[in-house]
Design a binder for this molecule. Structure first.
Ligand SMILES: [Zn+2]
Length: 296
């Protein structure tokens, strides 16, 4: 359910992977300052990160993917679709952002039937910065705002289709009804999905003071890393709003890839912090979605 005070991002406003299961525990030690972490990362290289914990809970071990300072010029074409909610129609809310569950399932089927392959954040990073190959007809599915739909509807559908997705979470809403809990966020992560940061409070970052901006991007990153037990290196701008100061803050926080709501489907190693996306609303059809991806 859409919170009365919440305005989802999107065109309505502006229009390793080594996965090793390690011992860990929820909520202990931010990855960015945990004394027990052994991550060592240099520009463009990664090593698995291991965070030691006291209680045994399984976490993925995910590297901090850090873009090199001066990467070779490289572009790839990976349409990044943006969904918000997949739910039966409620009485209130921004209905255009709520895709019917049957439609969503049919859209995934259509993408599959047309030969599209979903890719992870790491796969896109490797393509952009290491020149590694992508599958044929690559596409990324992103879901904004961290509604409980992510775990109740979207994850089962993605699994059914053997697809992966990226879930952009608002860390300040984790304790609110209708939004993902910390445990559910970990469940997405353990299922092989990407969890990216979508700020702490989903405000327009361009309107903030420097200190507020830092809290929204650094504080939120730390919160999400505490939940996941591994680095978070991808970010989605609330409302798609960004400017030079926001990009600078996102880069300083340690994000390597950041997503806008600007239309398009070309990613460039020169601008990994302004990756375009394609909004998918309630009125989209199967054929329309395939056309959107194919013509982007
Ligand atoms: Zn949003």
């Amino acid at each position: 359910m859409l919170s009365p005070t919440h305005v989802p991002c999107g065109p309505l406003r502006r229009i390793l992977s080594v996965i090793v299961l390690a011992a860990g525990v929820a909520g202990c030690g931010a990855a960015s300052r945990g004394s027990s972490q052994t991550a060592a990362t240099t520009a463009g290289t990664t090593r698995p990160q291991v965070i030691k914990h006291h209680r045994r809970v399984r976490h993925r071990v995910v590297p901090a993917l850090i873009a090199p300072a001066n990467p070779p010029a490289r572009s790839v074409q990976v349409p990044v679709l943006t969904f918000h909610r997949v739910h039966s129609l409620p009485a209130v809310g921004i209905l255009g952002l709520i895709v019917d569950p049957a439609t969503f399932n049919a859209e995934l089927t259509a993408l599959q039937q047309h030969g599209y392959h979903t890719v992870t954040q790491a796969r896109l990073f490797d393509a952009l910065f290491r020149g590694r190959a992508l599958p044929s007809k690559p596409v990324m599915i992103s879901v904004d705002d961290g509604y409980v739909d992510d775990i109740e509807t979207i994850l089962p559908d993605l699994r059914h289709h053997r697809m992966v997705g990226t879930f952009n979470v608002i860390t300040g809403r984790i304790h609110e009804a209708g939004f993902l809990t910390a445990g559910q966020i970990r469940e997405l992560d353990r299922a092989g999905m990407d969890v990216c940061d979508h700020s702490a409070h989903h405000v327009e970052l361009t309107q903030l003071t420097a200190a507020e901006l830092r809290d929204e991007v650094v504080g939120s990153k730390r919160a999400l890393e505490r939940i996941l037990g591994h680095p978070v290196y991808c970010f989605a701008y609330p409302f798609g709003a960004y400017d030079a100061a926001v990009i600078k803050a996102v880069r300083a926080a340690g994000y390597s890839m950041a997503y806008t709501t600007d239309g398009g489907s070309i990613e460039s190693s020169a601008s990994p912090l302004t990756i375009p996306r394609l909004h998918v609303g309630r009125d989209e059809t199967r054929a329309g979605l395939v056309g959107l991806v194919g013509n982007a």
